[in-house]
Design a protein around this ligand. Structure first.
Ligand code: UDP
Length: 244
């Protein structure tokens, strides 16, 4: 931890869809540029940054199934999609002067390193941004679950889930104008109120390992930086116990 930051090591989860920008598909260069700038500000503070990127902008196993592609085959296609996104991020990060490694849960040594936990930790200690690609390497999981799993493995201080909304609301803010945002909420309350944060596997992994999650808006400029600097008004913190 640096004197200016609350967290020493973060795991940032970015969805594939976010990379697509307003189009909803492919990779938007403007988003790549924006995300690189946001992440560089945090890296420059000395925070160790690991990223899990989704693949929803390119392919999702569940949607493939609807068009006749076998579910498991589709899930592998989805995992490969995350590698494409990871490579795009790496390229953009490197243009911004960040040392970056892509580590894949499915071996493809010509394009990236295989995921090896100890090696990932070493990269982080050396100040390199590590992008975890290919999800968990197994079908029927999501990249949210990958984020929780990798965060626990590398002993990250927090999972930062970058979304298009600025936190967890009492109701869907798009549909209900009276919905208000929680600044802090416990895992138990999220579960009891059936609020959507992550899929249940991902969520439970964090809860069982007392790993806090912060849901925040990745598209709000400066929000990521403020978060790691301890600004409690960014997003929603999901924690084991509410502060006294
Ligand atoms: N996927 C998988 N196993 C994993 C992670 C991902 O099979 O461990 C597949 C799954 O088909 C998923 C797709 O990869 O739909 C893309 O990931 P995800 O939907 O989580 O991406 P996001 O919604 O974050 O863009």
């Amino acid at each position: 931890m640096t004197s200016q930051t609350t967290y020493k090591r973060i795991l940032l989860k970015l969805s594939g869809e976010a990379l697509a920008g307003p189009n909803g598909y492919n990779i938007d260069p403007a988003i790549l540029e924006q995300y690189s700038q946001e992440i560089k500000q945090v890296v420059d503070l000395g925070v160790e940054v690991a990223i899990v990127i989704g693949g929803g902008n390119i392919f999702r196993g569940v949607s493939g199934e609807r068009s006749g592609i076998d579910r498991v085959q589709g899930d592998y296609m989805g995992m490969l999609a995350t590698v494409i996104n990871a490579m795009a991020l790496q390229s953009s990060f490197e243009k911004h002067g960040m040392y970056t490694r892509v580590m894949s849960a499915i071996k493809m040594e010509q394009v990236c390193e295989p995921y090896v936990r100890r090696r990932a930790v070493r990269h982080l200690e050396k100040g390199r941004v590590v992008i975890f690609a290919a999800g968990t390497g197994s079908p029927y999981f999501t990249t949210d679950t990958t984020a929780s799993l990798r965060a626990i493995e590398i002993e990250a201080d927090v999972v930062l889930k970058g979304t298009k909304v600025d936190g967890v609301y009492t109701a869907d803010p798009m549909k209900d104008k009276t919905a208000t945002r929680y600044t802090t909420i416990t895992f138990e309350d999220v579960y009891e109120k059936k609020l959507s944060v992550m899929d249940l596997t991902a969520f439970t992994l964090c809860q069982e390992n007392s790993l806090p999650i912060i849901v925040f808006n990745m598209n709000t400029r400066g929000s990521l930086l403020k978060l790691v600097q301890g600004d409690g008004d960014q997003g929603t913190l999901i924690t084991m116990k509410l502060p006294d």
